[in-house]
Write a protein that binds this ligand. Structure first.
Ligand SMILES: [Zn+2]
Ligand SMILES: [Zn+2]
Length: 347
């Protein structure tokens, strides 16, 4: 049996660089030689506290790009050599939701780099030299899209989907809570979609600087100032839309206060704690709250944005490390808040 290098999650705080068996593509699958893989905020979250979505041992990594080097039975040999990214949502294709194109809501889906799905079966990801995925999950990269950009297609699709939720109006004012990778990528789409006044909040100045550089009109450090000061930028009326791109428990109450009457709140960030909110304004001020989970077809749309050079991904990638350095990088990310997006250069 051939072997490969990989970084394996063995439980919270325990990530190891190891030699493991190289996967062999099964029927309908391809084997990809990984080029770049991104570390997702959810990977760091699982690393810190763990959950039944990451039952060890498992290889993380659901944001990646690479080249097809082998195909399983039933897949055309012509695929070999193709440059690809991958949609990590391995939907069933048959259920109520899949039939309506809502693959992100498929209750039978599995997810690359997670133990998700009915049997909680391990589905290894791309923090490894090779990864096998079903052919239907492939998203071929256009020639003018780089492997680095290809590794960002998935989180970019999450952001595009969030930016589109609710009837978007040109010129509307948007408050983006959280200037991490999701917030920063969302701002770029909002800009491209011709939003008006965009205000970003965070507690890290360097991230806010990046937010300004990539298109936020105003930024607010909420460690130094009350978040309600954001209202100063919209004449005290409130924002047409508030996008929650952070997992901070207070952000939903903040959003309910800072959105204008009749406005919309889009939750992209996952608040993993039970919280108390005042539901009255939802009725009395006609506020709509949207949840936005993953995406459906957006990875392909993002390709257009990248092809047309409409996105700045350079300023979002703050570090690139090797597979061998990845366990230490996880340790660092568990406490460091300055990094935005970290890519692993695998080959
Ligand atoms: Zn992710
Ligand atoms: Zn389904």
């Amino acid at each position: 049996m051939e072997s490969m290098k990989a970084v394996v999650f063995h439980g919270p705080g325990d990530m190891r660089f190891e030699t493991v068996p190289k996967p062999v593509p099964k029927e309908g699958e391809v084997c990809i030689k990984v080029k770049y893989a991104g570390i997702c905020g959810s990977d760091v979250e699982e690393y810190k506290i763990g959950s039944d979505r990451a039952i060890p041992p498992i290889i993380f990594g659901h944001e990646f790009s690479g080249e097809i080097v082998e195909v399983g039975p039933g897949v055309s040999e012509n695929r070999v050599g193709q440059r690809v990214s991958v949609n990590p949502i391995l939907y069933c294709g048959e259920c109520y939701y899949c039939k309506r194109g809502l693959i992100n809501l498929c209750p039978y889906r599995r997810s690359i780099g997670r133990t998700l799905g009915v049997e909680k079966k391990r589905c290894d990801g791309a923090f490894a030299e090779y990864v096998c995925v079903p052919e239907f999950a492939l998203v071929p990269l256009r020639d003018d899209v780089t492997f680095e950009e290809g590794a960002l297609l998935e989180p970019l699709a999450v952001c595009l989907s969030g930016a589109k939720k609710g009837s978007f109006g040109e010129g509307e004012s948007v408050l983006v809570i959280g200037a991490g990778p999701i917030g920063l990528m969302t701002i770029q789409f909002l800009k491209a979609m011709k939003a008006g006044n965009i205000v970003a909040t965070d507690i890290v100045d360097s991230k806010l600087e990046t937010a300004r550089k990539i298109g936020a009109d105003h930024v607010l450090n909420v460690k130094a100032q009350e978040i309600d000061r954001a209202l100063d930028f919209v004449d005290g009326i409130g924002f047409d839309r508030v996008i929650i791109a952070a997992g901070v428990p207070s952000s939903l109450s903040d959003a309910l206060r800072l959105v204008r009457s009749g406005g919309r709140i889009v939750m992209v960030g996952m608040i993993r704690k039970k919280i108390e909110i005042d539901p009255l304004p939802i009725v009395g001020r006609e506020i709509t709250v949207y949840g936005s989970y993953m995406f459906t077809k957006e990875m392909h749309e993002v390709m257009d944005y990248l092809s047309n050079k409409m996105l700045n991904v350079k300023d979002i990638i703050t570090s690139v490390c090797s597979l061998e350095e990845l366990p230490d990088m996880f340790k660092k990310l568990a406490s460091d808040s300055e990094e935005i997006k970290v890519l692993v250069k695998v080959a």
